[in-house]
Design a protein around this ligand. Structure first.
Ligand code: GRF
Length: 206
């Protein structure tokens, strides 16, 4: 049997996207990757609970305890290496990674963003703010994007996108939920399988 790409999921919060990956691994939609590590930069993030429940090794790395961004990233790198990680998924991870870090894992870091990039993305567009901006602009269609991570926030190569309708009367919370249900939770497992499959097949680029 072919191996699987050991994959780390980096989180900061509730971890519904992590849960989507765990579920996809359990039912076979993800077969080329193995979630081997969950890292949180927030103590007590509910995502850690989800990892524990699924029996996945999990760690918390706090930047304020480590002082500098360099020390924070060095700790992450040492954990990734310790666990033999070949693919990194940012799933609601709210820290921005340095160019040194993104170069080290070129085409091996995926991020999920809750809009159709290049709309409503880049620095400052995270969480509910993305949906507030979409509603303020009056777009009729939004969605989600999975992309590779490079040194530009939300600027890396796009892997998959899915559109979701905006409906009359939507609040940011209602729209956020629809984008998660109809796009994010389906798209992220598909993108992980796609990239891990290509890595397994020996291709460096997906
Ligand atoms: C999601 O909307 C994701 O697109 C964004 O942050 C949110 C994370 O939610 N990057 P969760 O922690 O996966 O529930």
């Amino acid at each position: 049997m072919a191996g699987r790409i050991k994959t780390a999921v980096l989180v900061s919060g509730g971890g519904t996207n992590l849960q989507a990956l765990i579920d996809a691994q359990a039912d076979g939609r993800i077969a080329s990757a193995e979630i081997a590590l969950v890292l949180s930069n927030q103590a007590g993030a509910y995502a850690l609970e989800r990892a524990a429940r699924a029996g996945i090794p999990h760690e918390t790395v706090l930047r304020r305890e480590l002082g500098s961004r360099e020390a924070f990233e060095a700790r992450i790198v040492s954990l990734l290496e310790e666990h033999g990680i070949g693919l990194i998924v940012l799933a609601g991870f709210l820290a921005i990674l340095s160019e040194d870090f993104t170069r080290r894992y070129d085409h091996r870091i995926l991020n999920i963003h809750p809009s159709l990039i290049p709309s409503f993305c880049g620095e400052g567009y995270y969480g509910l703010r993305v949906h507030e901006a979409a509603l303020a602009r009056g777009v009729k269609v939004t969605g989600a994007t999975v992309h590779f991570v490079n040194e530009i926030p939300d600027g890396g190569e796009i892997i998959l996108q899915k559109a979701v309708p905006v409906e009359a009367g939507d609040t940011p919370e209602v729209l956020q939920r629809r984008v998660m249900e109809q796009a994010e939770w389906q798209l992220l497992p598909m993108a992980v399988e796609k990239v891990a499959g290509k890595l397994l097949a020996g291709e460096e680029r997906a």
